[in-house]
Design a binder for this molecule. Structure first.
Ligand SMILES: Cc1cc2nc3c(=O)[nH]c(=O)nc-3n(C[C@H](O)[C@H](O)[C@H](O)COP(=O)(O)OP(=O)(O)OC[C@H]3O[C@@H](n4cnc5c(N)ncnc54)[C@H](O)[C@@H]3O)c2cc1C
Length: 668
């Protein structure tokens, strides 16, 4: 169409939805425009000659007006107001667009990129502007606008951060979790000893749900089956109601499913762990540990207890030298030293804390300086550290370990054992993996957009999933052919210009490799071979051979889970925009571009509290900071990261209470 006339048919016109205006590109006509302005055929134009045609250009090619406006260049055209008047008469004027959302709410996109949502917008929709809007749209009724059903499984770091970030009212959200609250897990070790109270680190999920300006609901239940064929999740309540009645079962339909179910503690099938050890994953676990510690002290105080038994009861064993195990051991040491030793002075000499680690060092994901500092500090504090010691069995009184150095089995009597050795997939996730053919994996695999491999509408984030990063070597031939537009089989460095950004975005290991090799950019890597040499596929393979060595799995941390949640929410918020205008990198295996940029993790640092008001921190750029000042950094970072002002106030007041009165030793 041109000027509403159907192309090639001078007397046929088309208007409305059946047609589209085929806007003329200025670059197609550039020489004709130039010739028209160049009346004396000199081959160059004066400003005056150009002034004669500028009005016609602006009217014929509306993109010129938009360009001048966006670059604030309109003052260069003297006849601006005359042009504007003429444009107004001819041009499409966007007066806004409405989306009634039901429940007396509507969303509106108004001229000038204004966005308005809610009940007041519904009135605007029904009132003045609605008269201008197409009546057929209003007639269609609110019910015809189907909201996409999003089901979120889990109210942990990933699920909550997704829920908090989701803003687009075109979704109807159903959250399902056996826990009706979010818990701030980094402070769980503090709960085990009463440094902070359990309720201070949790936020009811309904507080978050009620703040949503769209349909959002929560069901306290656990998902036990995902039915991908009928797009349903099967759920059941986890415990019979106190009001009578048994376990309730129900199903929830989804258009999009977000799996954020976290992970379970991993026992590595060690006999007796589930029955006899305490885990430290949930708030209830931390509360149970707190009660058991006090139990041990009270029992050990009884006069009928033998010396031998007293020693056993007051032997606290922590299995696993990761951050959670180390932090718990340090907290327990502080609790005993600062509070319990004063309340149970006669028992002080019997207390022993042992940390068992199967590897060579504790905190092995941290910098070596931190590991060394932590090991020395524990030695000074009297916390016994046994590395190379693998637990093979736990009974109600003893732990059996296999010592790597001697190969012998050692029996350790204990009073309380805390198991903090790592995580494994939940049974429901394992079943789901079987169902979708991910049988040979330990963790649910997603692509870089957090979509479960092979399931377009199912996303998985946080501890329950891992990103299956695509290797460059798998795609090397396709990458090469995308750069080699004329299929010559060889390329110069400059020929890669158009695909470099896409390569670096699609394969993040490339950037990491460049950093490691201290190369400025991808060109530098290619030029590293021979200056100006032609690169064929074999050479390309050789140059990139080492790049995939930089592929790393992301750690199972709150930081990763929270960033994934907000990334996915952002994608959902911009789904329609990005479907129309994909913003991601080129699809190397297919055509076009990906809708979104892939997920990128930003590591903001990691803390390891070591007790005695000392903390170690590994900050971005491999900065290491250890000591009392880092403990203050820890206080301020964690206080700021708490999810609400309510929890922030509660935690800070708990810290003040602990400084002032010490920890509470009541067994409740
Ligand atoms: C003691 C401790 C200290 C930690 N300290 C830190 C730290 O300092 N920094 C850090 O970055 N990370 C830390 N972590 C790790 C961090 O807590 C996890 O990586 C993070 O919780 C993962 O988030 P998630 O949302 O994947 O899982 P979770 O936070 O575990 O949430 C999982 C959610 O899924 C729900 N769920 C479970 N089963 C089902 C089901 N069948 N159906 C529906 N819902 C279900 C659960 O109830 C829960 O709401 C710590 C962990 C622990 C245990």
């Amino acid at each position: 169409m041109n000027g509403l006339r159907v192309k090639e048919l001078s007397d046929v016109y088309a208007i409305g939805d059946c047609t589209t205006v085929d806007q003329r590109k200025i670059m197609e006509d550039i020489s004709t425009i130039f010739e028209a302005a160049d009346t004396d055929h000199s081959g160059t134009l004066t400003i005056e000659e150009f002034q004669d045609v500028v009005e016609d250009i602006i009217i014929r090619y509306p993109q010129v007006e938009l360009y001048l406006k966006s670059n604030h260049l309109f003052e260069v055209t003297e006849s601006y107001s005359r042009i504007q008047k003429e444009m107004k008469e001819r041009k499409y004027r966007h007066l806004g667009q409405f989306a009634p959302l039901g429940g007396s709410k509507a969303a509106a996109e108004l001229p000038g990129d204004w966005v308005s949502m809610g009940r007041s917008t519904q009135w605007l929709c029904g009132g003045g502007l609605a008269a201008v809007c197409h009546t057929a749209f209003a007639d269609a009724g609110q019910d015809d606008i189907k909201k996409k059903k999003v089901v979120v499984l889990g109210t942990g770091w990933a699920g909550t951060s997704f829920l908090k970030g989701l803003k687009d009212p075109c979704y109807s959200v159903q959250v399902v979790s056996p826990r009706n609250y979010f818990s701030f897990t980094p402070l769980l070790p503090s709960v085990t000893c009463g440094t902070v109270e359990a309720r201070s680190i949790v936020e009811p999920i309904r507080n978050i749900v009620k703040k949503k300006n769209f349909d959002a609901d929560f069901k306290e239940a656990e998902c036990y089956k995902i039915d991908t064929v009928n797009k349903k999740v099967h759920c059941k309540t986890t415990q019979p109601s106190h009001l009578g009645g048994g376990i309730e079962e129900f199903t929830v339909d989804y258009d999009y499913l977000v799996i954020a179910m976290g992970a379970r503690a991993n026992t590595f099938n060690t006999p007796g762990v589930v029955e006899n050890a305490h885990f430290l994953k949930e708030v209830e676990d931390a509360q149970r540990i707190r009660r058991t510690v006090i139990d041990c002290f009270e029992r050990a105080s009884l006069p009928s207890i033998s010396e031998e038994e007293r020693k056993r009861i007051l032997h606290f064993v922590v299995v696993g030298g990761g951050p959670a195990g180390v932090e718990f051991a340090a907290e327990l040491h502080d609790f005993v030293k600062e509070d319990l030793a004063k309340l149970y002075p006669a028992l002080k000499q019997y207390v022993k804390i042992t940390l068992l680690e199967a590897g060579d060092n504790i905190l092995n994901m941290f910098d070596k300086r931190i590991t060394a500092f932590a090991e020395e500090k524990f030695a000074r504090d009297g916390i016994q550290l046994k590395t190379g010691s693998m637990v093979v069995k736990v009974t109600d009184r003893d732990i059996s370990t296999k010592e790597r150095s001697t190969g012998q089995t050692v029996i350790i009597p204990y009073g309380m054992c805390v198991w903090a050795t790592g995580i494994g997939s939940r049974p429901v996730v394992m079943d789901f993996m079987k169902q979708i053919g991910q049988t040979n994996r330990r963790v649910l695999a997603t692509d870089e957009w957090l979509r479960v491999e092979g399931c377009n509408e199912i996303y998985a984030l946080g501890d329950c999933a891992t990103i299956n990063q695509r290797s460059v070597m798998e795609d090397i031939a396709i990458i090469f052919s995308k750069a080699d537009k004329n299929n010559s089989g060889t390329l110069r460095v400059d020929d890669f210009k158009e695909v470099i950004n896409d390569i670096c975005e699609r394969y993040p290991q490339v950037d990491l490799y460049l950093k490691k090799k201290q190369l400025k950019n991808f060109n530098a890597l290619l030029k590293n071979s021979e200056e100006d040499a032609e690169i064929n596929i074999e050479k390309f393979k050789t140059l990139l051979a080492q790049v995939d060595s930089q592929m790393k799995n992301l750690p199972a941390t709150a930081q990763v889970a929270a960033q994934q949640g907000s990334y996915l929410a952002d994608c959902f918020n911009r789904m329609k925009i990005c479907e129309a205008n994909p913003e991601g990198p080129m699809r190397f295996r297919g055509t076009g571009r990906h809708r979104f940029h892939p997920f990128r993790y930003r590591h903001l640092g990691q803390f390891a509290p070591l007790g005695g008001e000392q903390t170690a921190a590994q900050l971005p750029g491999d900065w290491v900071s250890i000591g009392h000042s880092t403990q203050w950094l820890w206080y301020s970072v964690y206080a700021s990261k708490l999810v609400s002002w309510r929890t922030r106030v509660l935690v800070v007041s708990d810290w003040v209470r602990r400084f002032t009165f010490g920890r509470d030793s009541s067994r409740i």
